[in-house]
Design a protein around this ligand. Structure first.
Ligand SMILES: *Cc1c(COP(=O)(O)O)cnc(C)c1O
Length: 395
């Protein structure tokens, strides 16, 4: 039997009451936070809430990090409910409505501005409410992190203000009486190559310095983005965060004088939470078609879109999966594991070797802690919502 956070998978399903079920092992998250703190002792750690907003997980992580990054008023409410001080919350994302800007400004949340138009609306709302809005500027850098090395020339993006126009905007914010909080520079996601991240962070610090010099004022905070990846697929290697941390310390030791008193932060979603999650779903049918065996489960892409290969993958590859109640048994047949949605897109494992599994067995899909339920179309086809539970929260 698969054990999650010291508990049997079948017992967890009994306790939750049904499948499909997401189980999050909070001890795994605590270990990631400790690893980050050891590797980046002088850098603030923010959690990008959109990776997983399950209440107990969010409450747990909010107590361990220095800030929460949200991308909607709904996430902002969840962050505040997790008793994070609004001054430790930042709100990024394109298309913020006036009511979202107003709610953030009233609460004292920092807005990471995505455009000059949004800046004007935020300043006007601040004037009407007679509060100085806390504003940072998200920069669209001229580079991005790529899987192996950085691609220069980021180009046209819906996110952030093009670097060349940032100094003028920041001077305008300061002149208009806003509380300028600094820069937010996010260059990419899901990087496993330490060298690519080191290069991107080096370029990010240099960009922050040149922008600050052009403004003539030091930024209180430079949010360096994140982008730390998780190995999902066979043959991928995990990111050497200790090497990235050592290189960033060196970069910061040599930073321009204008950034001397600035704080620095890294914002992470998947790296903090992906490995904590297991999605448990039950086999409801076992069938053979043209010689191929299908295990049909009561879960699927409506809960775990990423594992079905339809969230950010170009060529579908299998997430790690196992038969939870035959965890130690030798694999002896090739099967495809599919979900219960009536679409060929709903696949959880293609042509994988498993021990012979029967109706009633539990399938575990690993790496389900990030962009699982928070990024899946639960309403599609009207199946029941997934259950969620957390274990291992003592530390
Ligand atoms: C989504 C997002 C993140 C988190 O990305 P991960 O790949 O989950 O670490 C961080 N910053 C911003 C601005 C984002 O939009």
């Amino acid at each position: 039997m698969l054990i999650i956070g010291g508990r049997r998978a079948d017992a967890l399903v009994v306790e939750a009451g049904d499948t499909p079920l997401f189980v999050y092992d909070l001890a795994t998250i605590a270990a990631q936070v400790r690893r980050f703190r050891a590797a980046f002792p002088a850098i603030g750690l923010h959690y990008a809430v959109k990776a997983n907003t399950y209440r107990e997980l969010l409450d747990f992580i909010a107590r361990k990090v220095d800030g929460l990054d949200v991308a909607s008023a709904g996430e902002m409410e969840q962050a505040i409910a997790a008793s994070t001080a609004p001054s430790h919350i930042s709100f990024a994302g394109p298309g913020k409505r006036d009511d979202e800007l107003a709610a953030a400004i009233r609460a004292g949340v920092t807005l990471n501005l995505e455009s000059e138009g949004e800046a004007e609306r935020a300043l006007a709302i601040g004037r009407d409410a007679a509060v100085a809005p806390r504003l940072a500027v998200r920069v669209n850098p001229d580079f991005e992190i790529k899987g192996s090395g950085m691609r220069m020339g980021g180009g046209a993006k819906p996110f952030g203000v093009d670097a060349a126009r940032v100094p003028e905007l920041v001077r305008h914010l300061i002149a208009s009486g806003a509380e300028w909080r600094g820069f937010h520079i996010f260059a990419g996601s899901q990087a496993l190559d330490a060298e690519a991240l080191i290069e991107a962070q080096h370029a990010t610090v240099a960009l922050a310095a040149s922008l600050a010099e052009a403004v003539g004022t030091a930024p209180p905070l430079v949010n360096l983005g994140g982008g730390f990846g998780i190995p999902y697929f066979h043959g991928e290697r995990s990111l050497d965060v200790e090497r990235v941390g050592a290189a960033l310390a060196e970069t910061l030791a040599g930073r321009a004088a204008i950034l001397r008193d600035s704080g620095f932060a890294i914002e992470l979603g998947r790296w903090l939470v992906a490995e904590s999650g297991v999605y448990l779903t039950r086999i409801v049918d076992r069938k053979v078609s043209h010689g191929r065996t299908f295990l049909v489960t009561d879960g699927g892409m409506h809960h775990q879109l990423a594992a079905s290969g339809n969230f950010g993958q170009v060529v579908r590859r299998n997430y790690p999966v196992a038969i939870a109640n035959r965890f130690g048994a030798e694999p002896d047949e090739e099967v495809s594991i599919v979900g219960c949605l009536c679409t060929p897109l709903d696949r959880l494992g293609d042509d994988i070797m498993t021990p012979r599994a029967e109706v009633g067995d539990l399938v575990a899909v690993f790496l389900a802690g990030a962009y699982g339920l928070s990024a899946s179309p639960q309403a599609f086809l009207g199946h029941p919502r997934a259950l969620e539970m957390a274990v291992g929260g003592a530390n």
